[in-house]
Design a protein around this ligand. Structure first.
Ligand code: FEO
Length: 183
């Protein structure tokens, strides 16, 4: 008996998005390691935690595909892009990655709608909401950086920003708390 309730097209697209989330995790991981080597521990911690969140997003999709009786295809992940040129550039790249990811999520929402797959449409709403938060968080980083001087940030201002991000860690959802059961 066939228990698969996902179309071939949606299964393929969800598998691609699962890999996109894994790729996003690698990007954050590489930027975090870079920030740490630049001496910005607060920023690095922030990015390390986000790498974990992206991995949780990947797992959430993986579990959904399995729940619908379809096949998961674990694929290879691209290498993360080159290190950012500066902290300002790092935050710009983070914002771009997030807006690109939102577009990918919207495509899945549209596909679910076109197929009248309401379970998938409903599942994707979590990601729509999540992307609002992700973009807001990325915009917040850019705003902080702008106030600190953007590309012309002084050593003192960068130090303050780094400490500020370290202090706000408590307000950011802990990656460990964001599981597929407790999104
Ligand atoms: Fe999983 Fe940052 O989006």
């Amino acid at each position: 008996m066939n228990t698969n309730r996902l179309s071939k097209k949606l299964t393929a697209a969800l598998n691609v998005q699962m890999t996109n989330e894994a790729y996003a995790s690698q990007i954050y991981l590489s930027y975090a390691a870079w920030a740490e080597s630049e001496g910005c521990r607060g920023i690095a911690n922030f990015l390390f935690r986000h790498a974990q969140e992206e991995r949780n997003h990947m797992m959430k999709i993986l579990e959904y595909i399995l729940k619908r009786g379809a096949k998961v295809q674990v694929a290879s992940i691209l290498e993360p892009p080159e290190n950012p040129a500066s902290i300002n550039n790092c935050f710009e790249k983070v914002f771009e990655h997030e807006t690109d990811n939102t577009k990918a999520i919207y495509k899945l929402v549209k596909m679910s709608l076109d197929e009248e797959d309401w379970a998938s449409w409903n599942f994707m709403q979590w990601f729509v909401k999540e992307q609002i938060e992700e973009e807001t968080f990325a915009m917040g980083l850019l705003d902080k950086m702008k106030i600190a001087g953007g590309e012309k940030v002084s050593g003192d201002a960068l130090y303050e920003l780094d400490r500020d991000l370290e202090k706000t860690l408590g307000e950011v959802r802990s990656a460990q708390d964001v599981t597929t059961d407790k999104p």
